[in-house]
Design a protein around this ligand. Structure first.
Ligand code: DSN
Length: 496
């Protein structure tokens, strides 16, 4: 810049040039400081409108009882990774083989995330590989199908109304809902409508007819441990891959408080933000080495590594989110601490206490209990729909979600509530606190049941009745819940 100036003004005296340079410097430094002011302004100064909304959300999280089974409060180190400079970098490809320069530190981070992910589940790197790049659970699952099951290849997963996930192949009588059912042929398996338990005999019977390439052992709403050994036997009988989707329970698996899918699976996918308490992201674990030995004694090797890695990138994704990958690395490190094991045990203890408490108040729990982090209430005997129950609970600052129960005719008007304990456990809730939570839930539901008796079948009329005739009761209960909840700290930044 200055050499160009000197060239332009080469007829000037040296004194004139010095004056010119000084004035140019002052101008540039003012411009730089203006730019820096814009770029480095705090959010609360640069965008107060958005900041106010974020603060309200923080307050909602603090004041409410968060009981959505898939949610959690992540840790400060995870949040710090997410909001770090790593967000700036493009790094398509795998560590050590990138399509862009400048990735020497990014590579270190991604290698660390891979190593710690394997360590978190005590996996031998000779036998298991991992891809930490999926943006979340749905892309992770879709990458597996893309890499391992050819287009229109066959997949079996638990039906969504019975507790499976959309990506496990959901479709209805009239519509293919999930892309899994559009681009692959999916056949659901179900739970026994009487017991609510997965019907393994039926899976085998169906699998023998359908001959799937891949069977998914995974749930989003099922309160029992899965029988991975049984899934393995079924897969072996029909020559299918076994993919476990452990998204909900991956924190419990890391802590060793629920059976691990790794012994029996070929592929394991997970999100990292549920019981694992990391960032919103996804991971795929895949087996390496010998898959089987054929009749001639020849070893058949797994080829999952290249298929899955290439399906993630370039198949489905662009640049990996390295800030999230760093956050995975630190979350995986946290799973190795004794505190994490205590937390995971407490999640299950709290869920069992919640189940006992609700049963003692006369509520029906699908499968009759829980072995994990959540339960499913069947509200049919109580005369209130899942949607109305969800609404009245939300009105008193208790967040959970309506859910189908086995035997429900319509997924649009489900009869159950899914309730989980990971988020409250992170906030320090113990069994005695869960007893208080049971009382809050019961008070709200009793009120809802009363209102539902007269408001008619429609949700809109129920909501109207809540506000027109019961607003003082609702407000009083909400105040109690919020006062109670506020005593328990949230991890993360104090204000946001
Ligand atoms: N949305 C998650 C759940 O609530 O289970 C699954 O992706």
């Amino acid at each position: 810049m200055f050499s160009r100036l000197i060239f332009k003004y080469n007829n000037f005296s040296s004194g004139q040039i010095r004056t010119l340079i000084t004035s140019q410097r002052a101008k540039m430094s003012k411009e730089c400081s203006d730019i820096s002011k814009t770029l480095n302004a705090n959010l609360w100064d640069s965008d107060p409108e958005l900041w106010e909304i974020i603060k309200k959300e923080k307050k909602r999280q603090l004041r409410g009882l968060e009981m959505i089974a898939s949610e959690n409060f992540t840790t400060l180190p995870v949040l710090q990774c997410l909001s770090s400079c790593l967000s700036n970098k493009y790094s398509e490809g795998m560590p050590g083989q990138r399509y862009y320069g400048g990735n020497q530190f990014i590579d270190q981070i991604e290698f660390l995330a891979q190593k710690r992910s394997l360590e978190a589940y005590n996996l031998n790197p000779e036998e298991w590989g991992v891809n930490v790049q999926p943006y979340s659970g749905s892309p992770a699952n879709f990458a597996v199908y893309t890499g391992v099951v050819e287009p229109h290849g066959r997949i079996m997963g638990l039906d969504l109304p019975d507790g499976g996930h959309l990506t496990h192949g959901f479709f209805t009588q009239t519509k293919k809902i999930s892309a899994t059912s559009m681009f692959f042929e999916s056949m659901p398996y179900r739970v026994n409508p009487e017991t609510g338990l997965i019907d393994y005999d039926k899976i085998l019977e169906t699998a023998k007819l359908f001959r799937p390439k891949l069977i998914i052992a995974g749930v989003t709403c099922y309160s029992r441990a899965l029988d991975y050994k049984r899934f393995r036997q079924i897969c072996d009988e029909v020559g299918a891959y076994l993919m476990a989707d452990m998204a909900h329970i991956s924190g419990l698996v890391a802590a060793g408080v629920t059976p691990s899918p790794f012994e029996y699976s070929d592929i394991v996918t997970t999100t990292t933000h549920k019981s694992l308490r990391g960032p919103r992201a996804g991971i795929i674990f895949f087996r390496k080495g010998v898959r089987s030995v054929n009749g001639k004694g020849e070893k058949i090797l797994y080829d999952l590594e290249s298929r899955i890695n290439q399906a993630v990138f370039p198949g489905l994704q662009g640049g990996p989110h390295e800030n999230a990958i760093a956050a995975i690395a630190t979350a995986m490190k946290q799973t190795k601490s004794p505190d994490f094991v205590t937390y995971a045990k407490q999640i299950v203890a709290n869920a069992k206490r919640l189940c006992d408490g609700l049963q003692s108040k006369g509520y029906k729990i699908v499968t009759g209990g829980t072995e994990v982090h959540m339960l499913l209430m069947d509200l049919r005997p109580k005369g209130i729909s899942g949607a109305k129950a969800e609404y009245i609970l939300e009105e008193v600052s208790i967040a959970c979600n309506k859910n189908t129960v086995p035997g429900d005719k319509s997924a649009l008007n489900p009869s159950g509530l899914r309730i989980g304990t990971p988020a409250l456990t992170t906030r320090g809730f113990k069994e005695e606190n869960i007893d208080d939570v049971v009382n809050f839930i019961d008070c709200a539901l009793q009120l809802g049941i009363e209102i539902a008796k007269t408001s008619g079948p429609k949700l809109v009329d129920f909501k109207k009745a809540v506000h027109e005739h019961f607003s003082s009761e609702v407000t009083a209960l909400r105040n109690e819940v919020e006062k109670y909840s506020e005593q328990f700290p949230l991890p993360g930044y104090p204000e946001y």
